[in-house]
Structure formats: structure tokens, C-alpha cells
Ligand binder design. Structure first.
Ligand SMILES: Nc1ncnc2c1ncn2[C@@H]1O[C@H](COP(=O)(O)OP(=O)(O)O)[C@@H](O)[C@H]1O
Ligand SMILES: [Mg+2]
Length: 252
């Protein structure tokens, strides 16, 4: 098993609120790790620490054996961290296609040097990005919406666009923050299928999700977090049978 993400002894607090309390996590290529826990546990904060939105107080993060906790967000995206956002953060004044074209790992058009001296390579990169975007939209069944405004789409489709935008980054690690919240019916099936396919294609995936059947269907391993601490790690079945989890999570 090739370890893609290794989080070691990670700590982070906001004043008195501890969001990461000596967190250790490993995710391997092809694996979907479930991250569960009550609201306020620190799940989104952990994604923010891994992807570079937040700086840890201490601890290390390795991606494919390379230490990344000192790198800024854009460089972590470039070396292979793709993610979705709990509140989606889609650009509401843009079309679906425009939302996707913002996301690739690197875009030579953003460099003035390349824009002036290598117009052709910039044009080529844009053609490639459009092609990739259309392939992804096709996979989620939304190729026909490329020119629609995201806000005109139903909620479940907007969530699939959020996933599609993350998939524009073909990096080895994919972080999904509550992808199923508010999603039902055909969009639910699509989300499940695409996430599974991404793992089968070799990505390491971590998914935060309250939907227990989604976790059961997709993950073999999961960790349970509360107050920034990993209280239990194991197979999904072990976790769901755990008294610690049922007491804290389901408020029994
Ligand atoms: N940037 C921030 N500044 C201060 N407190 C924060 C910040 N981000 C999150 N928190 C707090 O950290 C705790 C964990 O939040 P979060 O990581 O969003 O939890 P979860 O995703 O598990 O619901 C919450 O109490 C939240 O209010
Ligand atoms: Mg959250």
C-alpha cells in the first residue's frame, strides 16, 4: 500500500478551541477514508490544515513522502491536493464551465511571461482544460449544463459541479467535505459512483460525511473525531458498533 497522505501529531487551536489535538492519519492510494464526528469536531479545520487554508501550531503533513505543511495553499493544490468545500463556494455569477476552468492545477495563462512569450502553449492549455471539464461534466451527467449559470441548477446538481471542479485537479489526494449534504435521488447515486471511481483510479480520498450509509457503502476504514481529537479509528463496522461513537454522535 502506497501512503499518499500522512498527518503526524498535528495540533491547532483557536484561542481556547482545540480543533486538532495530536491528530495522526494515513491514507493510501485507492483508499476512501471516512471522517466522522459531531458538528464542531474539527473535521473542516483538518481539511483546512491539510490543504493549506490554516497553518498548524505544530505537527507535520506529508504528501507522497514530501513535507508540505510549510507550503501555501496554491502550491499544495499544484502538487496534488484537490478538495471540495462544505459550503460549495461556487462562483454564482459564472457559468458551470467558467467555474471549472478556474480549478486546474496549473494554468500557464496566469503567468505574464508565458502569456506574452508563449501564447500558443497558453491557448493549448486552455483547450486541454475545456476538454477535461467537458469529460468530467459528462461523467456526472451534466455536460448539457456547461453554459448554464450555476445558480440556475438544482441543489444536487450544484453539489455535483462542486465535485467536478475539485476533479479538475487530478492530484493524488481528494478531500470531500460533506458531499452528500442535501443531495438525494439520481445526484446521490452519481456522487457515490464518481467518488468510488476516483478511488479505483488510484486517488487517496478522505470524505467527511454525516450520512452513515454513504460511509458504509464507500469506506472500509474510518476515524471518529470529537473536540479535535481522534477518539477511535478502525473499520466502519467497528466504529458504528462503538459505544463512544453512539453516545457522542447520536446523542444516546
Ligand atoms: N477560523 C476560525 N477561527 C476561529 N474558530 C474557528 C475557525 N474555524 C473553525 N473554528 C471553530 O473550530 C471548531 C471546529 O470547526 P470545524 O472544523 O468547522 O468543525 P466541523 O467541520 O467538524 O463541524 C468550531 O468550534 C468552530 O467554530
Ligand atoms: Mg465541517
Amino acid at each position: 500500500m502506497t501512503v499518499v497522505l500522512r498527518v503526524e501529531n498535528l495540533n491547532k487551536a483557536f484561542g481556547g478551541i482545540v480543533v486538532a489535538d495530536n491528530v495522526n492519519i494515513e491514507i493510501s492510494k485507492g483508499e476512501i477514508l471516512g471522517l466522522i464526528g459531531p458538528n464542531g469536531a474539527g473535521k473542516t479545520s483538518l481539511f483546512n490544515l491539510i490543504s493549506g487554508v490554516l497553518k498548524p501550531d505544530s505537527g507535520h503533513i506529508h504528501l507522497n513522502g514530501r513535507r508540505i505543511d510549510g507550503l501555501p495553499l496554491y502550491r499544495r493544490a499544484r502538487i496534488g491536493i484537490a478538495r471540495t468545500w462544505q459550503n460549495m463556494l461556487l462562483f454564482t455569477t459564472m457559468t458551470v464551465m467558467e467555474n471549472l476552468l478556474i480549478a486546474p492545477r496549473s494554468y500557464p495563462g496566469e503567468s505574464i511571461f508565458k502569456l506574452t512569450l508563449a501564447r500558443e502553449s497558453v491557448r493549448q492549455a486552455e483547450v486541454e482544460a475545456r476538454k477535461r471539464a467537458m469529460q468530467i461534466l459528462d461523467r456526472v451527467g451534466l455536460a448539457g449544463t456547461a453554459d448554464a449559470m450555476v445558480t440556475d441548477l438544482p441543489f444536487g446538481h450544484q453539489k455535483l459541479i462542486g465535485l467536478s471542479r475539485a476533479l479538475m485537479n487530478d492530484g493524488d489526494l481528494l478531500l470531500l467535505d460533506e458531499p452528500m449534504a442535501g443531495v438525494e435521488g439520481a445526484a446521490y447515486e452519481t456522487m457515490q459512483r464518481v467518488v468510488r471511481q476516483e478511488a479505483e483510479a488510484g486517488r487517496a480520498v478522505c470524505v467527511v460525511e454525516h450520512n452513515v450509509s454513504f460511509i458504509k457503502d464507500l469506506c472500509t476504514r474510518a476515524v471518529f473525531m470529537s473536540n479535535g481529537r481522534i477518539l477511535q479509528a478502525g473499520t466502519v463496522d467497528e466504529l458504528l458498533a462503538s459505544k463512544v461513537l453512539t453516545d457522542l454522535y447520536f446523542g444516546v
